[in-house]
Design a protein around this ligand. Sequence first.
Ligand SMILES: Cc1ncc(COP(=O)(O)O)c(C=O)c1O
Length: 390
Amino acid sequence: MTNPFLVFGAPAIGEAEIAEVEACLRSGWLGTGPRVARLEQAFAAWQGLYSEQVAAVNSCTAALHLALLAAKLPPGSEVITTPLTFCATVNAIIHAGLTPVLADIDPVTQNIDPAAIAAAITPKTRAILPVHFAGRACDMNAIMALAKAHDLVVIEDCAHAVETSWRGKKAGTFGDFGCFSFYATKNMTTGEGGMIIGQDKAMIARAKVLALHGMSKDAWYRFGDKGYQHYQVVEAGFKYNMMDLQAAIGIHQLAKIEQHWQRREAIWQRYMQAFVDLPVDLPAPPAANSRHAYHLFAIGVDVRQAGISRDDFLAAMNQQKVGVGVHYLSLAGHPYYQARFGWQPEQYPHAMRAGQRTVSLPLSPGLSDGDVERVIQAVGASLSGNKVRY
Ligand SMILES: Cc1ncc(COP(=O)(O)O)c(C=O)c1O
C-alpha cells in the first residue's frame, strides 16, 4: 500500500469531539450559547482566571483586533511587534487604526528581542505586541519592565502558546491581554476560533460587546430558555462571536491539552535526536524555568550548509508525501507593508535570515510513530548524502 500524503498540522480529533458536535447539532442551538460558556469557563480555569476575564471569539485575528480596540489607544499610536509572525498580527494593528513598528528577533530564540523593542520606542509608542513564537515564551520580565518604564499596553499573541509559561506564569497573563488561536493546525482547535483573556474584567466585557455587533445582550440571552429579551446597540461592533458548534470541539480539545502536549514533546525529542548530526539548524532548547508549547518544530536549511536550498527542500519533502510549512517569511518582505510602511527585510536581518531558512515539520499529536519515522526518513533523503541518526 502506498503511503497517503502526511498533511501538515492535521488536528487530532477524537470520538468525544465528534459526539459533542453531533449533540450540538441535535440540540437545536448552533450559535453562541451554553457550549461557548462551558469552553470559556474551562479555559479560564486552565489559565487560573475568572470566567469574566475570558471571551471566546471566532479567531485569534479577531481577538487581537478586539484587544487593540478595547485598550483605547489614540489613533495612529505605534505598536511594536515582531517581523517573524503571521500577517494577522500586523493586520490587526492596522485595522485598529494604529501603526505597526517592527523590532527584530533574537536569532537564537526567534522571539522579539527586548533590546530591539527598547530601540524602537518613540514618543508615539503605546503598546508592545510580543508573539510567543512556535510556543516558546518571550522574555516577559524584560518586556514587562519596558512596558512599565514607558507606560505601554502589552498584548500577547499566544496563537502558538496555550501551554506556554515563563518563570511559572502562563503566557497571556503577563500583559493586559492574551490572544489565542484555535485554528485547525493549532495546539487545540475549534476549526476556526480564538480566545481573548485580560486582566481587566471591564475591558473583556467591552470586547465581548464589540465581538457581537456592539449589542448589549448576546443571542443566547435573547432567545434562550429565559424568554425573549430586548437588546441595545451600544457601539458599532463586529461579527466575531464563536459558535457552540465550534466550542463543542474545543471543550474536548482543551480536556486533552496535556495529553497532546506530551505526545508533541515526545515527537520533538525524537526529531532532536534523529537530526543531531545533520547540517541543519535545530531549535534552541527551551529557556530554563519556562514551558515550551511545542507548537512548531522548525529546522533551518541553507544551501551552503545543507547542499540544498530551502525551497528545493520543501519540494523534496512534498515529493515524498510529507507536508511541511514555512513560519514565516519576514513580514518586511511583503509588498503591501513595503509600500505602506517602507519596510525592507534588511532592516530586520535576524528575521530575514530565519525566514529564508525555516521549514516546519509535522508535529501533530495525531502522528503515529510510523508517521514520525516517515518524516525523519524524508528529511534524510531530501538532504541527499546526509544520514539521519537512528
Ligand atoms: C502568530 C499568529 N498570530 C495570529 C494568528 C491568527 O490566528 P487565527 O487564524 O486564529 O486568526 C496566527 C495564525 O496562524 C498566528 O500564527
